[in-house]
Design a binder for this molecule. Structure first.
Ligand code: BGC
Length: 764
């Protein structure tokens, strides 16, 4: 009889559990935790060292590959290890039937029958795709963000998955890094709020429900600061940036009860994140008291050998386990080395026990021991995958993610009748690229293209011309995109169509696979011949609406100067074309705001709104001795928080009652916002502070509050904010949170460059 002791222990606990007063919530939580610990301990006590190490082993499945496949991996070995209980988790196995197959072996053929936790990169949807995460962040709409993650969890869980490797909460200031598409941009305050919303969406209120999944805050830590934006590169940053910029979204994730963390490919100040005990033991499991588990990134344990941090696989296993990496994703070193290392005394069994307990805890919380097949119901899968309600939500999210960057001649919204519209650009007719990167479970070419979306508006004449291809040949998740840099054969046709049009809508930008993992770029212009095409068309017709498709901020200085209307439409997922068309035609008034600064050129990078003032911030008398470049302005092309609407908003009555506050006070502020234009609309009201003098210099602005508000034409609303110790303090160079008396400025408005400000003094 399998795990009989374990079953007895659980029965006892259940009886005990029934004896307590269920109304007493906090003691109930304590009791639940105690019961959970008892279950975990009793199971652990039955396990051999081989089975324990098996729980720490994660293998890739059998077909999708999201990293370089290691030599060791073959299906036969994986099946064998499943039977022996040597696998705790698999990634990239999907589909209710496929997951059931592997789960059945783990549960029914291994000695203890411990179920697998099944991981997958559910990054912006599963089958139904919402916009890429950076785009969603542009909505600043936490309710919508949570809903989007909820839907992703519903679809993924219906397909056998119970653990997503999301959200990526890496803050980044470098758009050369392709993975900025996967995060929430450059700001730790916005990034934290979005991390929490996404975690709530994935994990729901009850992790044991069949349609919620464990989330994973990744990549711990500082991956977004890879030097020069180059993928997998060195990170060398100081304490202040680490604590004030990098850590906050991770800390927020722990506070939101995220169940797992993933470490990172990068090294941090000389120590690879995977073998970094300061990060994983001191900060995460120590100071922050995280009790979930940490998975390595794909083969990042063995990559410590290439980093020159571990001599061989054995040493890599020792370093990673001791540093607190609980599960090995695809390095094969835990399974091959750890048992021996424990026997030799190089890794203490208590380290293994701690890791296994963390993993088992999450499995119990998911309810996998009650029903290991709860995510493997074919009927459920059929009903939930691609459900029309999910598509409706994806459309809503896509519209909310669009940012109107410029509309200087009010070309938008387009008139719905009597216009000759030329639609130009290969991306306009593309139904694959808008799905963006990280969309393995969705079908290729399943997005609504902009062309399809525009065709639904039948009052105008619409002529489509490609103009130029962006990519040539096949585009695949694991391959480089080949960009067309030579073929201009379709320019002529596009130019003559544009010449005859009232308005030219040009859809230009990056292919969906030009951003994402492994897609760093040194140029951030419109790839291939697209800039040339844009300039040629501009020569014959200046009424251009430029619709950008991209997974990162682009440096489009010429377009920003010359093109009257620019719409940032990112890669918006399954419903892309409908969302773009509805915004262009004014059926939806855009309200997105940039979560990341757009540079004028690559030389300005890193450029971000919360920079430090320097000792020489201003130009006096046109001399050279101040902080600037000779050849480009200091300002960005479009700042963080920027985004227009078809209507206009006016701010008034900025109200801050006192000029002096005590450090313990809650400072209450308010401002009136009025819709002064001709459309109903939404505005993201943003609050920034500046701590003028501090022991550790503070940024010129820091976001500390925001509210998305809907205003009808002529309507005024009063928006309230609070500032307190938590928002006014910062981390000093010992990593301690401090709040210092002194003078502060506070700014409120519709972008990070707002001029509306008040001042106050904080006293002890
Ligand atoms: C990525 C992770 C991802 C993992 C599994 C790695 O290459 O860095 O973010 O979760 O692969 O697909």
């Amino acid at each position: 009889m399998k795990h009989i002791k374990h079953i007895i222990a659980i029965c006892l606990i259940i009886v005990l559990y029934g004896c307590f007063d269920k109304k007493n919530n906090s003691s109930m939580i304590g009791i639940k935790e105690q019961i959970l610990e008892e279950k975990v301990d009793s199971l652990l006590s039955l396990m051999t060292i081989e089975e324990k190490v098996g729980q720490m082993n994660q293998y890739n499945g059998f077909w999708d590959v999201t990293g370089p496949a290691p030599e060791e991996g073959n299906a036969e070995l994986k099946y064998e290890h499943l039977k022996m209980g040597y696998i705790g988790s698999m990634l990239n196995v999907r589909g209710a039937e496929e997951v059931r197959k592997v789960q059945k072996i783990a549960v029914e053929e291994s000695r203890l029958g411990i179920p697998l936790i099944i991981g997958f990169d559910v990054i912006h949807g599963y089958k139904t795709l919402s916009p890429i995460p950076l785009a969603e962040a542009a909505s600043w709409d936490l309710t919508a963000l949570e809903k989007s993650a909820r839907i992703a969890a519903i679809e993924a869980s219906a397909s056998g998955i119970n653990w997503t490797f999301a959200p990526m909460v890496d803050i980044s200031r470098d758009p050369r890094w392709g993975r900025v598409m996967e995060g929430a941009g450059e700001d730790p305050f916005l990034g934290s709020a979005i991390a929490v919303a996404r975690i709530k969406g994935f994990q729901g209120d009850d992790l044991s429900a069949p349609n919620t999944i464990a989330a994973c805050a990744k990549h711990f830590a500082a991956y977004g600061f890879s030097e020069a934006g180059k993928e997998y590169n060195t990170v060398d940053i100081g304490t202040s940036t680490l604590h004030n910029i990098v850590f906050p979204p991770f800390k927020a994730a722990v506070d939101a009860d995220v169940k797992t963390f993933m470490n990172a490919f990068n090294e941090l100040n000389g120590v690879p994140a995977t073998g970094n005990s300061y990060l994983q033991r001191d900060i995460l499991k120590g100071k922050w008291d995280f009790n979930g588990f940490v998975v390595s990134d794909w083969a990042s344990i063995t990559e410590m050998i290439h980093w020159g941090h571990a001599k061989n696989k054995k040493e890599a296993a020792i370093l990673a386990a001791n540093a607190g990496s609980d599960m090995d994703m695809e390095s094969y070193v835990y399974i091959n080395e750890l048992v021996r290392l424990v026997k030799e005394g190089a890794v203490k069994e208590s380290i293994i026990d701690d890791a296994v307990k963390r993993i088992l805890r999450v499995k119990f919380e998911l309810g996998l021991f009650d029903d290991p097949y709860k995510y493997c119901n074919l009927e459920n899968e059929k009903n939930n995958i691609g459900n029309p309600a999910h598509r409706a939500a994806a459309l809503d999210m896509a519209k909310k993610s669009i940012v109107l960057l410029k509309n200087s001649t009010q070309l938008l919204p387009l008139k719905k009748e009597g216009q000759k519209i030329a639609l130009i650009g290969a991306l306009a007719a593309d139904s694959n690229s808008p799905l963006g990167s990280w969309r393995i479970a969705s079908d290729n070419n399943s997005a609504i293209s902009v062309l399809e979306g525009m065709k639904k508006y039948t009052g105008n004449s619409l002529t489509y011309k490609k103009g130029t291809d962006v990519s040539i040949g096949n585009t695949e998740f694991i391959k480089h995109v080949n960009i067309n840099t030579t073929d201009r054969s379709e320019f002529k046709d596009a130019i003559s169509t544009a010449k005859k049009a009232d308005v030219v809508v040009m859809v230009l930008g990056e292919h969906g696979f030009q951003s994402g993992e492994g897609r760093s770029r040194t140029k951030l212009d419109l790839p291939g011949l697209q800039q040339e095409l844009l300039e040629e068309i501009y020569k014959v017709n200046k009424n251009i609406v430029l619709v950008l498709n991209n997974g990162r901020p682009l440096a489009i200085e010429w377009a920003a100067e010359n093109i009257p209307t620019i719409v940032e439409a990112w890669q918006l997922g399954t419903e892309t074309g409908n969302a773009v068309a509805q915004v262009i035609y004014g059926d939806y008034n855009p309200s997105g705001k940039l979560p990341m600064t757009f540079p004028r050129n690559v030389g300005q990078i890193p450029i971000y709104y919360n920079y430090k003032n320097t000792g020489r911030p201003i130009d006096k008398d046109n001399n050279v001795f101040w902080s600037h470049y000779l050849d480009v302005k200091n300002t960005p092309l479009y700042p963080f928080g920027h985004g227009l609407s078809y209507t206009t908003f006016e701010y008034s009555n900025f109200n801050l009652k006192e000029s002096i506050y005590s450090i313990n006070d809650t400072i209450k502020l308010s401002i009136d916002v009025t819709n002064t234009g001709n459309y109903d609309g939404k505005e993201v009201v943003q609050l920034y502070i500046r701590d003028l003098v501090a022991s550790i210099t503070r940024p010129v602005r820091e976001l500390k509050g925001f509210e998305l508000t809907a205003l009808k034409i002529g309507e005024t609303k009063t928006i309230h904010f609070n500032l307190n110790k938590e928002t006014l303090g910062y981390y000093n160079n010992n990593g301690d949170f401090v709040i210092e008396p002194g003078d502060y400025k506070v700014f409120i408005g519709g972008s990070s460059t707002t001029k509306l400000e008040r001042k106050f003094t904080l006293i002890n």
